[in-house]
Write a protein that binds this ligand. Structure first.
Ligand code: ATP
Ligand code: MG
Length: 473
């Protein structure tokens, strides 16, 4: 006997067997009944006393137990007609020291119908369970990773690096950024590279939930908390996010009364359901996001200062697209790929002029706006190239590009202190500085070369030579 089984008192064995199998019979090598339980005997219209020690064939019609006790071949889910109804039988040989010493059999369900009903019922339940499981997993698991955050500008990379570094911490994160900059994506990515990645990611949009529902949504409610409350109560998002991450989107839109309640939960790490008495402890990492100026809201008395401090442990400012214009082509490409999948298209590209216009626009709606513009364009193109005519009116009507605005943008971009200049060789650096100085001077003089030369305090010939050298027209 396996180690551990002897710990079970002998008088438990029969009860265990009867509890686990409805009708059971045990025979020896010759097919003589050694044991048969009362349920089986009752069904057969006999008694235990009468059945034991008799050949199994004499007690159970159509039995094959004596055969299994000889051949050692188990028989699973075999149909077994008894008393005019079909039973499902399982028969196993009992082996000791490599020799067949007997067999044990059990019968379940009086009819195959009963079995089919059981099967379909269970199968239905299993499928239903699978459906809800994947649905829940999809909802609770955040989708995006840091790899999905596109951009190579130094401002963006610095933010991304910081976000990656802090994802492993448990401290609250406050994501600040204009509309459409990717705050939600950052929240997902942070959760996914945290230690909580395999646990739930619950997002709640504080602006879109009616004020009177926000509390029960966040903290849940107990039985009978209000009319219409579900029987048995309901878990709140805090409880659902336990051990995972709770993403409080649009936190700047949370009503003041809720802010106090949220603060209390954050401080005490416990929630109390609406209408409930119990305190339920929760371990949740908070990521909050807003496009609003929280400091200003604090000054105006619209946002609790203490809550602001609680949330603002790690602050990440997502740069707007206008501060990382060099990312526009790359992001456009990645958005186009995404849209191609959505629209079952392939090989969509931007004309050079479109790309130039995208670079010049200020993108107040950031990446979401860019995404909308591209989606709209894909919807109206015939071929594969997005041309200016396919752009929305406000981009179509942009002033045509002048060289100087372009130069000004380049210069501005390079002069922004946030963007450290890339390192070139000294010779190239000097050449670039010289070229930039010439472009700058030309811009100031509206393209008048003589005046530009004067501004730079160099001779006319030398100025022309340098313009030729740097391909400045
Ligand atoms: N770095 C990025 N690379 C690629 N796509 C991005 C990036 N950032 C954002 N997006 C895309 O831009 C859209 C807007 O992003 P998201 O919803 O995260 O913005 P948000 O900052 O939460 O905006 P809002 O304040 O309006 O809620 C999404 O479709 C997202 O997939
Ligand atoms: Mg958002």
């Amino acid at each position: 006997m396996d180690q551990g089984f002897e710990k079970i008192p002998n008088n438990w064995h029969e009860q265990m067997i009867n509890l686990l199998a409805e009708r059971i019979v045990v025979v020896d090598h010759d097919g003589t009944i050694l044991y048969i339980n009362e349920a089986y005997c009752e069904f057969l219209g006999t008694t235990v006393k009468h059945a034991v020690n008799r050949p199994v064939q004499e007690v159970i019609e159509n039995t094959r137990m004596h055969i299994v006790a000889k051949t050692g071949q188990k028989e699973l889910a075999a149909l077994h007609p008894i008393n005019g109804s079909e039973m499902i039988a399982n028969r196993f040989p009992i082996i000791e020291d490599g020799k067949i010493v007997g067999a044990v059999g059990s019968v379940m369900f009086r009819t195959p119908e009963e079995w089919r009903m059981y099967k379909t019922k269970i199968q239905g339940l299993v499928e239903e369970l699978k459906y809800y499981k994947t649905k829940l997993e999809k909802e609770l698991k955040s989708k995006y990773q840091f790899n999905d955050l596109i951009g190579k500008s130094s401002t963006f990379l610095a933010t991304k690096k910081l976000a990656e570094r802090i994802s492993r911490s448990n401290s609250s994160v406050l994501l600040i950024g204009d509309s459409g900059t990717g705050k939600e994506l950052f929240a997902h990515a942070i959760h996914n590279s945290s230690m909580r990645a395999s646990l739930s990611f619950v997002a709640i949009n504080c602006a879109s939930i009616p004020e009177h529902l926000l509390e029960s949504e966040l903290f849940g409610y107990d039985d009978g908390a209000f009319t219409g409350a579900k029987k048995g109560g309901k878990k709140g998002q805090f409880e659902i996010a336990d051990n995972g991450t709770l993403f409080l989107d649009e936190i700047g839109d949370m009503p003041l009364s809720m802010q106090s309640k949220l603060l209390r939960v954050l401080q005490e790490k416990e929630v109390q359901r609406v209408g409930g008495q119990r305190s339920i402890s929760v371990d949740v990492r908070i990521i909050a996001a807003t496009h609003r100026d929280l400091e200003k809201l604090v000054e105006e008395g619209k946002f609790r200062q203490d809550l602001y401090y609680r949330l603002n442990v790690i602050k990440l400012e997502i740069p707007p697209l206008i501060e990382r214009k060099e990312d526009i082509p790359l992001i456009s490409q990645s958005l186009l790929k995404k849209l191609e999948r959505k629209f079952y298209r392939k090989g969509i590209e931007l004309s050079a002029e479109v790309e130039e216009r995208l670079m010049r626009h200020s993108w107040p709606g950031n990446i979401r706006e860019l995404e909308n513009v591209l989606e709209r364009s894909i919807n109206v193109i015939d071929g594969k190239t997005i041309e200016v005519v396919h752009l929305p009116l406000y981009l179509r009507d942009m002033e045509p590009e002048s060289n100087f605005t372009n130069i000004a943008t380049t210069l501005n971009n390079q002069l922004t202190p946030k963007t450290p200049l890339p390192i070139f060789s000294l010779k190239e650096t000097l050449a670039r500085a010289e070229r930039d100085a010439i472009l700058n001077a030309l811009e100031l003089t509206n393209g008048n070369k003589l005046e530009a030369a004067k501004l730079l305090e160099i001779g006319k010939t030398s100025f022309y030579e340098k313009c030729k050298l740097y391909a400045i027209k």
